[in-house]
Design a protein around this ligand. Sequence first.
Ligand code: MG
Length: 262
Amino acid sequence: MTATGSLPLNPIEESLASLPHRVAMCADSARGLASDFVWDAQDAYLFDVDGTLLRSADRTHVDSFAEAVEQVTGDTISLDGVTLHGGTDTAILAEAFARSGVNFGTLETHCAAILERMAEIVETRRTELRFRRMPGVLEILKWLQAKGALLGVATGNLERIGWTKLEACGLHGWFALGGFSDRFPVREELVGDAAERARAMLGRSQARVCVVGDTPRDIEAARANELAVIAVATGNYSFDELERLKPEVCCSSLTALMEWRR
Ligand SMILES: [Mg+2]
C-alpha cells in the first residue's frame, strides 16, 4: 500500500507470502480437550476482523477516536501507548481517556455522542479506506459456507465501523450476524452474545460455535465462553506465540489452513 498516511505494514504481513505454511492441532489434555477437533465441521464461525479478515493500511479508524472526542467535547486525547490489537473500540476509548488525563466523567457524559461521531467519520471517509484482505479469506468463507456453516463476525469494532470496513473490502455479504463492541466493551461478552445469537439462528442451543482470531484476546474470549478457537498468525502475533496458548488449531494463515485440509 502506498497511500499517503498509510500505516506501516507489520513485519508478519510483509513476509506473509514467503512464510512457511504451518498448521498445528493443539490438543490440551489438561483441559480435557479432544484432539479430534475438525476445524471445518463446526456449525458456526465467528471471525475477528482486523488481522484476521483484513488489515487497514490507512489511519481513518485509528484517527477517528481523537477526532471524535475533539469534535464532541473539545478535549485532546491520544492513543499513544494504548494496545490496539485485540482491543475493543469502547475499551480503547476509555483507556485513551485515562492515559490522557481527561476527566472520566466527560466520557461518561458524552460516550454515546463520541461513538456516534466515530462511526460518522469512518462512514464519511469510506472511499479513503485502504485494506488488504488476508490470504485465503475468500477461499475459507466459500468452503465453510458450502459446508452449511453459519458465518458471523465478532470484533472489537463498533458495529457501523465494522460493517463499513467489511463492505469496503467486499466481504460484508458473507456474514449473517455480527458481534461488536457498542454494547460490550469486553470482548468475552461480545463473543458470548454473538455465539448465543448464532445458536438461536441455527435453532440449536448446543450448536458448535468456533471463534477465528489473530490475538491472544480472541483465544481468551473463546475460552471464557467454552468455544473452540482457530488462531491465525496474520496479525501482530506470531504462530509460536499463539500456539503456546493452545487454540484447537493454530495456522500461519487461512491459506495454510485450507491447504492442510487437502
Ligand atoms: Mg484482530
